[in-house]
Design a protein around this ligand. Structure first.
Ligand code: PGA
Length: 220
């Protein structure tokens, strides 16, 4: 698998802005884009070579859950990965580890790989909420809940610590890092032997995003 660099647009960008962004990038191995829901199919149509991630999914199957977007629908839109448990979902939308476990079950049964975002304090509750059969079906992303959108990442020691905590549940887990990754600091993270990076603020500028991918390209 290529080293993944996931652009998390969060709740940013209009349709016109996403089109402009797309016009300035060429698909590259490991490039994954996580736009807002309304832009998933547009990206799939305009640049089918770019892997898609959703930013969230319903924890319920298809049915009477007004407003929910389910995993089957995401699969139909060409989605390969889905973020779950992002610190903003946990904080602002009050998602619990049980909610997130439900999302993981729905995604896996639809053939979408969950990227479970975790802070250190989430690790034990999140694994406790999920059946062991799902553990190696997920990618884990340490994302410190504070200090996002800046220019200073968590320390190497902190990232290693969370990786080792996750390894206690899933030896050799696929493990990513996200939080204030920029073009200037990305190289400092490479000794960590990560599966990939989650990049939000810096990914909104397509040139920065491409440059980050170029810097990590030799890691895969
Ligand atoms: P950031 O956010 O890159 O803006 O720090 C990362 C994330 O929350 O996905």
């Amino acid at each position: 698998m290529s080293f993944l660099v996931v652009a998390n647009f969060k709740s940013n960008l209009t349709e016109a802005e996403v089109k402009t962004w797309l016009s300035q990038v060429k698909p590259m191995p490991g490039m994954v884009v996580a736009p807002s829901f309304p832009h998933l199919s547009m990206i799939h149509d305009l640049k089918p070579m770019i892997s898609l991630a959703a930013q969230d999914v319903s924890s319920f199957p298809p049915g009477s859950y007004t407003g929910a977007i389910n995993a089957v629908q995401l699969k139909e839109l060409g989605v390969t990965y889905c973020l779950v448990g992002h610190s903003e979902r946990r904080r602002y939308f009050h998602e619990t580890s049980n909610d997130i476990a439900g999302k993981v079950r729905e995604l896996v049964s639809s053939g979408i790989t969950p990227i479970i975002c975790l802070e250190e304090s989430d690790v034990v509750p999140q694994f406790s909420a999920l059946e062991a059969e799902y553990y190696d079906k997920c990618i884990y992303c340490f994302e410190p809940g504070i200090g996002l959108g800046g220019t200073v990442t968590a320390t190497i020691a902190d990232i290693e610590k969370v990786k080792n905590q996750i390894y206690q549940f899933v030896p050799e887990a696929r493990f990513m890092y996200g939080g204030s990754v920029t073009l200037d600091n990305v190289e400092s993270l490479l000794p960590l032997k990560l599966t990939g990076l989650l990049v939000a603020t810096a990914s909104l500028n397509p040139h920065n995003f491409i440059s980050i991918i170029e810097k990590v390209a030799h890691v895969s």
